[in-house]
Design a protein around this ligand. Structure first.
Ligand SMILES: NC(=O)C1=CN([C@@H]2O[C@H](COP(=O)(O)OP(=O)(O)OC[C@H]3O[C@@H](n4cnc5c(N)ncnc54)[C@H](OP(=O)(O)O)[C@@H]3O)[C@@H](O)[C@H]2O)C=CC1
Ligand SMILES: O=C(CO)COP(=O)(O)O
Length: 341
């Protein structure tokens, strides 16, 4: 069944953008948020003054502080809050959901207990609702200006994939499909770590070759980790992999890049995060991925170096320099395995 009525849970920059695309596509859309003033601004002035100032939202978009107003009768519910709040929000909406309402996460993070991705949390709490993940190179502030962008809808449910493609595709937004939900979701979470590292590199004035080396070795590292976790490495060649890695490692619009940049300029992690005032998922993801890599003996020099900078006060220069001193390695490990060089 096509999506005629949609709910978006979370009134930050990306939730607002997703809701606005749906409204632009004439879908009856309600966005839920806990902040009453922002909801009133969206309903009366059609702006989100805190997260997307200067963007005129579609006047048909309705904002509410009542979950039932958003969720009841929605064909699809998009979850767009930071990962640390996803379980709490799902527990609140779960009693209102009916079987078959699709749940789509846009959240790019990991739950530390059990190293769970958001679709796994959705499946655990709402097993009767088909799950999907939306992920790709999607800087909210550009899409808000209706600049051209593309994304990936990943789900094992082909109806869900088709319905979301139809609901979100428009003149400025294109939606590609994937059935590798785990790979798409994992790459969206992992790339935030490398955006922080790229922020260090930019702040230190390192060269363009260095930046390209960091991005490419980031891709090698994140796909090595993902394969060890059971994901399909080919997914990392797509928009949710290379695409999102490139945009977040190169753009000051990325909050993770900005945290790295501020640290590269000498700020502490606490200062950098406080100044940002929005979520930078990569900070926590770095902690969880480092622990997992150590536990599972996965070689991740960039993750190890970034952790030392963020949490043990190491000089950010050591992260890129660390790559130069490792043992001789393979360029593409899927072609030439590490143990065969
Ligand atoms: N911004 C972007 O370009 C993109 C972001 N994403 C991902 O989307 C997710 C959300 O990010 P984004 O919208 O940017 O984040 P923001 O920091 O812009 O906003 C977070 C939103 O979540 C709300 N929120 C936080 N905790 C809770 C809670 N416990 N209950 C209810 N609401 C809560 C905040 O409410 P309040 O204002 O009341 O604190 C705010 O509305 C992240 O995982 C991010 O990685 C994905 C693609 C692009
Ligand atoms: O995921 C994003 C773009 O695709 C947004 O990245 P940041 O969370 O770093 O802003």
């Amino acid at each position: 069944m096509a999506i005629r009525k949609a709910a978006v849970i979370g009134g930050g920059s990306f939730g607002t953008v997703v809701a606005n695309i749906l409204a632009d596509n004439n879908i009856d859309t309600t966005i839920w948020m806990r902040n009453e003033d922002i909801a009133a601004s969206i309903n009366q002035q059609h702006i989100n003054p805190q997260y997307l100032p200067g963007t005129d939202l579609n006047p048909s978009l309705v904002a509410t502080n009542e979950l039932e107003t958003a969720v009841d009768g929605a064909d699809a519910v998009f979850i767009s809050v930071p990962s640390k709040s996803v379980r709490e929000v799902l527990e609140k909406i779960r009693p209102r959901l009916t079987a078959g309402q699709a749940l789509i996460s846009t959240t790019k993070g990991i739950e530390p207990d059990g190293f769970l991705l958001m679709s796994q949390v959705m499946n655990e709490l709402c097993p009767n609702n088909p799950a999907g993940v939306l992920s790709g190179p999607n800087l909210a502030k550009e899409i808000a200006k209706r600049e051209l962008a593309a994304t990936v809808i990943a789900s094992e449910d082909s109806d869900l994939r088709r319905n979301v493609q139809q609901a979100l595709s428009c003149s400025y937004f294109r939606v590609y499909a994937s059935n590798d939900l785990f790979g798409v979701e994992l790459s969206g979470a992992l790339k935030n770590i490398y955006a922080i590292v790229s922020g260090f590199v930019a702040a230190l004035g390192m060269g363009e070759n260095t930046k390209a080396m960091i991005i490419t070795r980031s891709l090698a590292e994140m796909s090595r980790f993902a394969v060890a976790m059971g994901a399909n490495p080919l997914t990392f060649l797509g928009l949710a992999g290379v695409g999102d890695l490139v945009v977040t490692c190169m753009s000051p619009l990325s909050r993770n890049y900005r945290v790295g940049y501020a640290i590269g300029q000498g700020q502490s992690l606490d200062q950098a995060v406080a100044e940002l005032g929005e979520v930078a998922e990569g900070v926590n993801t770095l902690r969880y991925v480092r622990a997992k890599a150590l536990e599972s003996s996965i070689y991740m020099p960039l993750v190890m170096g970034a952790y030392e900078v963020l949490f043990n006060g190491a000089d950010p220069r050591v992260v890129a320099q660390g790559l130069m001193t490792g043992e001789h390695a393979s360029d593409v490990e899927f072609a030439l395995p590490r143990n065969e060089i």
